[in-house]
Design a protein around this ligand. Structure first.
Ligand code: ADP
Ligand code: ZN
Ligand code: ZN
Length: 780
């Protein structure tokens, strides 16, 4: 039994009786919403200065509801609200659905979100507690509802789902909303110009503060210790302030609008999107355009159309660090109307951007998957750029898919969902209405692709690849080389006894990273020094197998490099520091010649001019994953890399090295035939009842003991009451990960909601305490 400290006010006992009360409550509320939510929609009264959205229905002004139903934000799965709190008189007018409160909870104080209001409670009034404090920021009601829906849809809890939609920095008791600000004193100003003894860092900080005035501590380049010491010497004044309201942002007016004349295909696509926006009903469109066909230009005009209707826009992009161009084009076009949800912003700056949206000072939000939670009212358009990108799936609980959430938000808001890609997912291709951009805007042809059979070839490069790279170096051209594997070599083995160095926590081999002198696990991060000899038999003969980006960089440097022919590398090792990925990409773009090598990061939507050669090494590596999406991934990777070559009028050529030259995904990618590939892929999926022809739910039981994990999976299997046409696969063992043995069950069903509900019921009841369960609806 799970021990919980019981808040006096809560009706916890009633929650324990029902297996999952909040589930029931949310389901009921959402069904109601779904019934109501059919267009034509009521337009909520809108006032740009108002601070609160229309709240839950109230009887009348005189009888303002006294009970707030609060979902406390705790990650505990077993503890589910909402819990009732009694609102003191002076809070009643200010509190509505979406308000955030600090509430007493057991012996703690937790941040909670009001999910409902009521005049009565099942708990006796004298036992109800009052919230301690209200918090200035509040959530729009539609985000509160979205959270409830997420909790159900992904078998999670309302509290966990609500933490996704909170303003940035709100989790930790809203302390994040204040910041330390530093300012020079008169003495400090003097110290800058006089010869007062200062360390180099101290002098630097003072000089930075001198022209700036009051500056957030985080921007001074110094830690709090340094600032405190300067304060003690009377040179700096420190204070806590509410975060600045208007973040520094360059205002750029409408630029280039009109400078680009749309092509006929772009015009036709845009007309269709605009008509949908004008109709103000939910619609899902797929912009299927080859790489370089001008999809972004269509997004920009569609966004302008939505704004002109007084509606807001969300633009989802895969990873801002890797695709800064899309963001800057939106900022260029719309200036301060754009809020950017960028992970490189400080928590305070992200909060400021959130508030600009909340107050409707900004009406467009551009950002990665979490931007789907942007507090935008009267949404008119949600764009999902590069909709095939796996980064839209969130890996922590709730394991949401931003694309699925985008569709839900658009549906509720009566907005248009516009997903775009050169290599759309089979699901989107089958389900969404299609708009096609079949040609590149510059009239350029897609590059010719040659598939090179690597059977019997030793070394990393086929002779044709080596020759092409050599020629490119002589002509001082640019190339991108994709190898989706980082490190030096894949694994080490002992030549005498055959030992392979594996991870002690996971059942995988350790990868050599030569520059660091370490071998490391790419699943759990375990790392140790690279061995010079075998620790089993003492042999000094250790063999290195395979190659990754680090070794490839070294080999290309030896073969081609020189001071005047740079080799750039981009992978997760290089990009571990913030901003490094963007810096490498910018250097490659500026360089007049050179080679960019790297993992899938180099195949994202970059728009570089003048890349003459694209190379994919070991193209079938992704095919070797035992996953029904392996084909789709491989196709997208090869086609996307090919899309980077030959832009801006230059001729492009692409070489694809593979051990499986006949594989469907590779053949179709080589012919730039995504429609052909998708048609075949959909046929295969229909036969196997994979998405979009069926729903998959993956349940993983993990434990330190293989036996316990298996037993738990069997027990869950027994509990699951699935719809008649659903299939249940497993229990099947997975490889050990982070010291935990794992066993998986997979549900295949035709009705998503029913199956999710059945799984939700089954996992809501506790299993063995040494077993944890994770549920992944629509796993990627
Ligand atoms: P995609 O997103 O489809 O790969 P982009 O939108 O990045 O393509 O467009 C590639 C380039 O073509 C961009 O530099 C863009 O400004 C330019 N472009 C887009 N539409 C047109 C057009 N109609 N005429 C000329 N250039 C265009
Ligand atoms: Zn050995
Ligand atoms: Zn590991």
């Amino acid at each position: 039994m799970i021990q919980v400290r019981r808040p006096i006010s809560c009706c916890l006992t009633s929650h324990l009786r029902d297996s999952c009360p909040s589930r029931a409550l949310w389901r009921e509320r959402l069904c109601e919403r779904d019934r109501e939510a059919k267009p034509p929609r009521r337009e909520p009264k809108f006032n740009k200065h108002h601070r609160r959205v229309p709240t839950a229905p109230r009887a009348s002004v005189e009888s303002v509801a006294a009970i707030a139903q609060v979902e406390p934000l705790t990650s505990a799965r077993a503890l589910r609200g909402p819990f009732d709190y009694l609102l003191p008189e002076e809070m009643r007018a200010r509190v509505g659905v979406g308000s955030m409160l600090l509430v007493p909870f057991g012996r703690r104080e937790l941040l909670g979100v009001v999910v409902g209001l009521s005049d009565a409670s099942a708990v006796a009034a004298e036992r109800l507690l009052a919230p301690r404090q209200t918090i200035e920021a509040d959530l729009p009601q539609d985000l509160v509802e979205l959270a409830g829906w997420i909790a159900l849809e992904y078998c999670s809890t309302p509290a966990r789902a609500l933490s996704l939609v909170l303003p940035p920095g709100a989790g930790a008791g809203m302390r994040g909303l204040e910041q330390l600000v530093a300012e020079l004193t008169a003495a400090g100003r003097e110290a800058c110009s006089s010869g007062v003894r200062l360390t180099a860092l101290q002098r630097e900080v003072l000089e930075r503060l001198a022209p700036a005035g009051a500056t957030p501590a985080a921007q001074t380049g110094a830690g709090h210790g340094t600032l405190r010491r300067l304060e003690q010497r009377g040179l700096v004044r420190l204070s806590r302030r509410a975060r600045a309201r208007a973040p520094a942002q360059v205002v750029v007016g409408a630029r280039r609008e009109g400078a680009i004349e749309l092509g006929a295909d772009q015009r036709a696509a845009l007309a269709r999107v605009e008509a949908a926006i004008e109709r103000r009903g939910f619609e899902q469109l797929l912009l299927h355009g080859v790489t370089g066909s001008g999809k972004t230009e269509v997004y920009l005009r569609a966004a302008a159309a939505a704004l002109a209707q007084g509606r807001g826009v969300i633009v989802l992009v895969p990873e801002i660090g890797l695709t800064p161009q899309t963001v800057s084009r939106f900022v260029e076009r719309f200036g301060n109307t754009v809020a950017v949800a960028h992970s490189r912003l400080s928590a305070g700056e992200r909060y400021d951007e959130w508030m600009r949206l909340r107050r409707a000072e900004a009406r467009i939000c551009v950002g990665p998957r979490s931007a789907v939670f942007a507090p935008i009212e009267r949404l008119g358009l949600i764009v999902v750029d590069e909709e095939h990108d796996p980064s839209y799936k969130h890996e922590g609980d709730p394991r949401y898919d931003a694309r699925h959430l985008a569709a839900r938000r658009a549906e509720v808001a009566g907005a248009v969902l516009l997903a775009g890609s050169a290599t759309p997912r089979p699901e989107s291709f089958a389900r969404l209405a299609r708009l096609t951009l079949p040609a590149r805007v510059d009239g350029g042809r897609l590059p010719a692709v040659e598939v090179l059979d690597m059977c019997g070839v030793h070394g990393a490069l086929h002779e044709q690849t080596a020759a092409a790279l050599g020629e490119l170096r002589r002509e001082r051209g640019k190339a991108i080389v994709l190898l989706n594997r980082r490190g030096w070599s894949n694994f080490l083995s002992c030549r005498s006894c055959g030992k392979v160095w594996g991870c002690p926590e996971c059942d995988v081999a350790l990868v050599l990273h030569r520059a660091e002198g370490a071998i490391s696990c790419h699943h759990c991060g375990h790392r140790r020094r690279a061995p010079a000899s075998c620790d089993e038999c003492g042999s000094r003969s250790v063999a290195r197998h395979g190659f990754g980006t680090e070794r490839l960089e070294h080999e290309l440097e030896t073969a081609l490099g020189g001071s005047d022919y740079p080799i750039f590398r981009l992978d997760a090792d290089v990009a571990s520091a913030k901003g490094r990925a963007a810096a490498v990409l910018a250097r490659f773009e500026r360089a007049d010649a050179g080679v960019l090598i790297g993992t899938q990061m180099v195949a994202k939507g970059h728009d570089f001019d003048g890349v003459a050669l694209g190379v994919v090494l070991d193209a079938d590596a992704t095919l070797r994953f035992p996953d029904f999406r392996a084909e789709e991934r491989t196709f997208a990777l090869v086609a996307q890399l090919a899309g980077r070559a030959g832009r801006g009028g230059s001729h492009g050529r692409v070489l694809v090295q593979t051990l499986a030259p006949g594989a469907r995904s590779i053949r179709f990618a080589a012919e730039h035939d995504s429609e052909g590939f998708l048609a075949g892929e959909l046929e295969r999926r229909r036969a196997l009842r994979y998405p979009p022809y069926g729903e998959l739910i993956r349940i993983v039981c993990s434990s330190e003991s293989a036996e316990l994990a298996l037993r738990a999976a069997r027990e869950l299997r027994g509990r699951l009451e699935l719809p008649a046409d659903a299939a249940l696969l497993g229990p099947a063992p997975l490889f050990r990960l982070r010291g935990r043995e794992r066993v998986q069950l997979v549900v295949k069903a035709s009705e998503r909601l029913e199956a999710v509900a059945a799984v939700g019921e089954a996992v809501a009841r506790p299993l063995h305490r040494d077993v944890s369960v994770s549920v992944d609806v629509d796993p990627q």
